[in-house]
Write a protein that binds this ligand. Structure first.
Ligand code: ZN
Length: 682
């Protein structure tokens, strides 16, 4: 559910991919600093959209860009003041711009841009500035005070008195989101969703609101900050006339324009309902909007725009602002349609015992999209897939939309070409060529089969408790879906349906799966630790099981060269049979609720790390210096008009740099005031 984040987890797998596709000279990489790499993504197919559709993407992109300040303020109450101060220095500082202090300052600002605040976007810890406090004070004092974010009556000294400890004192606002059990999570978190209230007070406030009998509850607290004013606890709602009004009004202005060029009535109704919700802050309207949105399946253009995910609130109630503007990749979505249409054939022909098969399969339809604009909590760091809405009862009654963002995945993979990963870990040019030629397609097909069929296949025997596998259930469920995909990828039916271009294509995915599961995914485990995360357990389970059970036939082996270990697949057909056998067994465990067998399978193959191999893999990976986190700059959209001011086209360009884009957004899309006034000394 929710965002499929391209965290370290998926990134490192992607790092092992190379893509086929014709060589293009598009430059996917922008720059690197700290632990970050900035990329750019292409928007293939934009030129082929109708003028009206292009216009719509332009308007939705403007609406997206205007939400940026909201996220800064949500992430921490001084973030906007800090960003504006840093940007003033970056643009106007007349001192030595070649000094170490200035260069370290520049990295710090770039990290603040990336995280939309002063805490790491993933780890949540406050950045440690590598420039001196003296440099910062001197630099701020050297800037024209008009350019500094001085709220009413505040002097430059007041600004410094407020910001210096926030930036330099490690004990002040150390963590954006604190999850350590036993502490007051609100008081110890630097995020700005609460002000002056304790965790106990916040919980009591919302518990009083909730009705346990309500089967269609609103998302309590989703769009507000909870504050204590004069001893009274109240919500400051994000809406027109409320908190963040200046930004929300701009968002509404552009959404309204988008509604004017909507593709159909349904889509128009979606946008209008969203506007109504932004105007009132009424969470019932937000649910109505979500239901309309999930039912809008015909439009090619789609978007997320609003207070959506709750990872940034330690209590998981309040949502950060985000937006993704996108359009359906018709060609790639055809793939998911073909798979859904043949769902019953796949079920009937699987190697699973017929008692455990579904008589009637509902193919789950998912679509493949092309991102056109990323904003708020999806920018620069962005997910590679989305599954929304989040309200459980809406998902249950009305369904959800599940999307794969293929142009983002592609950008990750293209950018990973030449990072040395494959040269380091792949056995020979034969495997590298397979991966180059087919892996992009095979990987996408794997995801489609996994999502559209794997998770939906099979059934429980009557009377089996769905929770029988307890703590092992998610690992085994992921294993089942992966095995379904792996098994079928090599099936002649796939070629018949035109889902892969060659009978060799599946081998690229098999090789990668085994290399990753047996070896390279260990780069994400700390030295000395075992595997805990269920997707990782599943991958090692499958790879280790197939390795062990194929040993007699030498199906897969660990080979050594120059003291380094490699995975070699000797017999792809036998490997497929092994996947089929394991699929049958995992489905049996699931269908019968056989906890003991499930537990043994996971514990024996999925958990324990080979410590020597782990050390070796970590050392080799470290030498590659691959930045663990990546993010994106957006393309630039420009309206083209004729002499009468009529829009004749929307042009897309890709040549904007990272700092350039950030400064442009700060200049053109920054309607919010500093919401928390700088304290003024007497
Ligand atoms: Zn899954």
């Amino acid at each position: 559910m929710k965002k499929i984040a391209c965290t370290m987890a998926s990134l490192l797998i992607l790092a092992s991919c190379a893509t086929k596709q014709e060589k293009d000279d598009f430059d996917y990489t922008v720059e690197s600093f700290a632990d970050l790499e900035i990329l750019r993504y292409k928007v293939p197919g934009f030129e082929n959209l109708s003028l009206k559709q292009k216009e719509m993407i332009y308007y939705l992109s403007e609406a997206a860009a205007y939400g940026r300040d909201i996220l800064y303020d949500q992430n921490g109450k001084w973030n906007l003041a800090i960003r504006r101060t840093l940007e003033a220095i970056y643009q106007d500082y007349a001192g030595d711009r070649e000094s170490d202090d200035f260069k370290n300052f520049e990295v710090y600002l770039k990290r603040v841009w990336f995280s939309n605040g002063i805490h790491h976007h993933y780890g949540c810890d406050k950045f440690v500035p590598e420039f001196s406090q003296e440099f910062f004070v001197e630099a701020v004092k050297s800037i024209d005070p008009q350019k500094l974010p001085l709220t009413d009556g505040a002097s430059v000294d007041d600004l410094l008195n407020t910001l210096v400890p926030v930036i330099f004192d490690p004990t002040v606002m150390p963590k954006r989101v604190n999850q350590a059990a036993g502490e007051d999570l609100i008081v110890t978190s630097a995020c700005n969703y609460y002000d002056g209230v304790t965790q106990a007070e916040a919980e009591a406030f919302y518990n009083k609101m909730k009705d346990p009998k309500d089967e269609t509850p609103i998302s309590y607290g989703l769009n507000s900050r909870l504050v204590k004013r004069d001893g009274k606890i109240m919500e400051e709602t994000y809406k027109v006339g409320g908190l963040y009004s200046e930004a929300i009004e701009k968002i509404i202005y552009w959404l309204d324009k988008a509604a004017g060029v909507a593709e159909n009535e349904q889509q128009k109704a979606v946008i209008e309902k969203l506007i109504e919700y932004y105007q009132t802050g009424d969470l019932k309207l937000f649910d109505e909007y979500a239901i309309l949105w999930v039912k809008d399946l015909d439009s090619q253009i789609d978007f997320v725009n609003g207070f959506t995910e709750t990872y940034g609130d330690p209590l998981g109630m309040k949502a950060s602002w985000e937006s993704i503007v996108n359009f359906k990749n018709l060609e790639a979505s055809e793939r998911t349609h073909i798979i859904s249409d043949n769902a019953q054939w796949f079920e009937d022909n699987s190697p699973v015992d017929s008692r455990f098969k579904k008589e009637k399969v509902q193919g789950v339809s998912a679509k493949v999209i092309t991102a056109a604009m990323l904003a708020g909590d999806c920018y620069p760091s962005t997910p590679i897939g989305i599954n929304l809405p989040n309200a459980n009862w809406i998902r249950h009654i009305h369904g959800s939309k599940s999307v794969t963002i293929e142009n983002i995945t592609e950008a990750y993979e293209k950018a990973a070409q030449g990072n040395g990963f494959n040269d380091e870990f792949v056995w020979s040019d034969t495997e590298r060529k397979l991966m180059n030629d087919y892996l992009f397609q095979a990987d996408n097909l794997h995801t489609d089969l996994h999502e559209c069929l794997g998770h939906g296949s099979g059934k429980l025997l009557p009377g089996v408790d769905p929770d029988a596998l307890k703590a092992y259930s998610s690992t085994l469920e992921e294993a089942r879906a992966d095995l379904f995909a792996l098994y079928y990828m090599a099936d002649p039916k796939i070629l018949e349906l035109g889902l892969l271009p060659s009978g060799d294509a599946y081998k690229s995915a098999y090789y990668k799966y085994m290399m990753n599961g047996l070896m390279t995914q260990l780069t994400r485990i700390e030295p000395g630790k075992n595997i805990e995360e269920s997707h990782m357990r599943n991958r090692q389970l499958i790879a280790r099981w197939a390795y062990e059970h194929g040993k007699a036939d030498n199906v897969v082996e660990f080979a050594k060269r120059d003291g380094k270990t490699y995975v070699v697949v000797n017999d792809y057909e036998k490997l497929r049979n092994l996947f089929g056998q394991l699929l049958a067994e995992v489905q049996r465990i699931k269908s019968e609720g056989d906890y003991e067998s499930g537990k043994n399978l996971v514990e024996e193959y999925g958990v324990i790390v080979d410590q020597d191999l782990h050390k070796e893999v970590l050392a080799r990976y470290e030498n590659l210096h691959i930045a663990p986190y990546k993010g994106f700059v957006n393309p630039v959209y420009t309206l083209v008009t004729d002499a009468n001011g009529n829009i004749t086209d929307v042009q897309i360009s890709y040549n904007e740099g990272y700092a350039e884009q950030m400064l442009r957004y700060s200049k053109d899309y920054s309607p919010l005031p500093i919401c928390t006034p700088i304290p003024v000394s007497k």
